[in-house]
Design a binder for this molecule. Sequence first.
Ligand code: ATP
Ligand code: MG
Length: 235
Amino acid sequence: MKLTLSSIRKKYKEKTVLQIPELELEEGYFWGIIGPNGSGKSTLLKIIAGLMEATEGNVLYHNHTLNEKTRRSMTLVFQKPYLLRTTVYNNIAYPLKIRGYSKRDIHMRVNAMLEDFGIEGLRDQKAWTLSGGEGQKVALARALVFKPKLLMLDEPTANIDPSSIILLEEKIREYYAMEKPTILMVTHNIQQTRRLCNRGAFMYEGEVLDSGDVSHLFGLEANPLVQSFIRQGLI
Ligand SMILES: Nc1ncnc2c1ncn2[C@@H]1O[C@H](COP(=O)(O)OP(=O)(O)OP(=O)(O)O)[C@@H](O)[C@H]1O
Ligand SMILES: [Mg+2]
């Protein structure tokens, strides 16, 4: 899904936390959104996901404003996984249920996800009893199960142990290779951006300082402040 942001500004009281005059996120790329704490990354994803209104400006999805069909083809996995107060199975089944899939189809797809993520053992466990890392796996499985065209991930592997990071990255990579969705992934892990993404945007104090090919963003042509942050390992 192609995204066009124009004249976006988000204010809390008098404080501007996001200011993006113009940004086009072309379809089919895997974007890494990086930048220090408080630079506006989560705010940006929430506005694109339609969960928060910008104070000014608009976001266009394939040249249209947000509608129900578009909303149903995208998802955001939050920085702190948000799960429904029910079992793991029902959590992963939920996006399929609201999209009208048959019971049999739901059963097949959810079981395949549980197996894929190595969490069959958590099938009937209540979501609120999961560990942080288990919760993140369930949240990602629930996001991928309905094959979104626009997948937004807010620090999907924060608080995850190294072997699970490998697993989650593998699942995200497979999904991207198979479905060619547009992915926006916020991460503080530069190496992860290099491993997974082909595009990148660097945010600082609510602004996109630089964006483009990963090779540009991490190269000597990038904005000097971006280079300095990356060189010093400050994000
Ligand atoms: N409800 C709110 N009221 C006031 N300020 C807010 C609110 N939500 C976010 N902010 C501020 O907006 C700024 C951007 O926050 P945001 O969560 O988008 O940052 P981030 O880049 O995702 O940071 P992190 O890397 O820490 O997750 C921060 O300064 C934050 O304090
Ligand atoms: Mg954040």
